[in-house]
Ligand binder design. Structure first.
Ligand code: GLY
Length: 375
C-alpha cells in the first residue's frame, strides 16, 4: 500500500505512513527535514503510555539524543488548557526550542491537545501524530484541527496546525478494547456515506472481518490496513480541498450536529463514535423526510449501523435515565459551534456516498428527527 501525502495550501506536504508496528517510526521521523540534533517530546496519556511509551522511546532513541516524555491523566476531562500549561512548563524546563518537535502518541484527545500546544508554544513548533485509536487514525490525526475543551464546551479553543508526519500502525488497532475499536467504525461508515458508495458497500461486504479483526490473522491485518487507507484517502481529499473548513470540510461533520448534543447528555456513557452513529441516523432521517434519499436507503443505513456494525441508532435512554427532552437536545444542538449566522449547519445526504451542506433545516425538522431517535 503506497504512503499518502497530504498537500495543504501554505503548508509543507506531509506523509501518512501505514505500517504494521512501531519499528519504522524513528527512521521515518529522522528522515524529515532539519531533524539533526533536535529534541523530541512524546506526549501521551496514562493509559496509552503504559502500552507503547517504551517501544516508541526505543524507536526514537536510535536516531535522536534527546527523547523526553510527558504523560497526562487519561480522559476527555483532561483535554484542557491546564494540561496544555503543564506541557508548556515541561517544555520550557527541558529547553525546547522552535526547531524541536512534539510527538502525540494516543487517541484524539492526545492528538488535539499536543497539536494545540505545538501550534502555540514559541508561536508554533512541529508535531508528529502517532494515532493509536481507530478514530484518530482515520480522522483526528489528519487535517490539522487542534484544540482543547473549554469549560464544558467541546473543542471550543483551538487552531489549525498541520502535523509534519502521521504514523499509523495496525498493531495499535489490534490491541484496542473491542468497544473502543468499534466506536471508530462509526466514523468509517460516515466516510462511505458522505463520499464513497463503493467503500460503503465494501464495508458492508466485509463486516465479518472488519467488525472483529483477528490479531493473529494476516488477512485481518491486511483488511484493517486497507480500511484505514481508504478512509484516510477520503479525509485527505476533503482537507486538501478545504483545509480551514470554509465549505466542503463541513461534510465530515455528518452525524455530529445532533450526535454532539447526545454525547453531551450521555456523560461519557456512550463513546463519540456511538453518538455519531445516532446522529447519522437522525441526519439520514431528515434527508429522507426531505425526499433527498429513499426510504430504502434510510432503512439500509439503519440496518448497516445497527444490525451489521452493532452501533447504537437510538437515544431512547435519555428521557428515562437522564430526564432529557427533545427540546433540551435541540437547544444544545443549536449551541454547538457548527452554527453559521445563527442557523444550524446540517449535513444531509442526497444519495448514499454524497453529502451536502444545508443551512435551511428548520427547528421543527431537527426536533422531529430528535423525536425519532428518542422513540
Ligand atoms: N473531524 C472533522 C474534521 O477534521 O474536519
Amino acid at each position: 500500500m503506497t504512503d499518502l501525502i497530504v498537500t495543504v495550501k501554505n503548508n509543507n506536504p506531509y506523509p501518512i505512513l501505514l505500517r504494521d508496528d512501531f519499528s519504522d517510526l524513528g527512521r521515518a521521523v529522522s528522515l524529515l527535514p532539519d531533524m539533526q540534533g533536535r529534541k523530541i517530546c512524546i506526549v501521551s496519556d496514562s493509559k496509552v503510555s503504559e502500552l507503547y511509551m517504551d517501544i516508541v522511546i526505543q524507536s526514537f532513541s536510535e536516531y535522536f539524543d534527546t527523547v523526553k516524555q510527558f504523560v497526562f491523566p487519561e480522559g476527555e476531562e483532561n483535554k484542557t488548557l491546564d494540561t496544555v500549561q503543564n506541557l508548556y512548563q515541561y517544555l520550557i524546563q527541558c529547553g525546547f526550542e522552535r526547531g524541536d518537535v512534539l510527538a502525540a502518541l494516543g487517541g484524539g484527545v492526545t492528538g488535539d491537545l499536543t497539536g494545540f500546544t505545538a501550534a502555540t508554544y514559541l508561536r508554533g513548533i512541529r508535531f508528529i501524530q502517532i494515532p493509536t485509536s481507530l478514530l484518530a487514525q482515520v480522522d483526528s490525526s489528519i487535517g490539522g484541527k487542534t484544540g482543547v475543551d473549554f469549560r464544558g464546551y467541546k473543542n471550543m479553543v483551538g487552531a489549525f496546525h498541520q502535523p509534519v508526519l502521521v504514523y499509523s500502525c495496525s498493531e495499535a488497532l489490534l490491541s484496542l478494547y473491542p468497544r473502543d475499536y468499534r466506536s471508530g467504525l462509526g466514523e468509517i461508515l460516515k466516510h462511505g456515506l458522505i463520499r464513497d458508495k463503493d467503500y460503503y458497500q465494501w464495508l458492508k461486504d466485509n463486516v465479518s472481518v472488519l467488525w472483529a479483526p483477528d490479531r493473529y490473522s494476516e488477512f485481518s491485518r491486511k483488511m484493517l490496513t486497507e480500511m484505514v487507507y481508504r478512509s484516510d484517502r477520503i479525509k485527505q481529499a476533503v482537507v486538501e480541498n478545504d483545509p480551514e473548513e470554509k465549505g466542503e470540510r463541513a461534510i465530515l461533520n455528518f452525524g455530529h450536529t445532533i450526535g454532539h448534543a447526545v454525547e453531551k447528555f450521555a456523560f461519557h456513557s456512550l463513546s463519540h463514535g456511538m453518538c455519531v452513529s445516532i446522529g447519522m441516523r437522525a441526519a439520514a432521517w431528515i434527508s429522507m423526510q426531505r425526499g433527498m434519499i429513499s426510504q430504502a436507503d434510510y432503512d439500509d443505513i439503519c440496518h448497516t449501523l445497527h444490525d451489521m456494525y452493532q452501533l447504537p441508532t437510538s437515544a431512547s435512554f435519555l428521557p428515562e435515565q437522564m430526564n432529557v427532552s427533545a427540546e433540551d437536545i435541540l437547544r444544545i444542538t443549536k449551541s454547538d459551534k457548527k452554527m453559521e449566522k445563527g442557523q444550524v449547519k446540517m449535513i444531509l445526504l442526497d444519495r448514499i456516498g454524497h453529502a451536502v451542506i444545508c443551512h435551511d433545516v428548520s427547528d421543527q425538522e431537527i426536533l422531529a428527527a430528535i423525536e425519532e431517535i428518542l422513540a
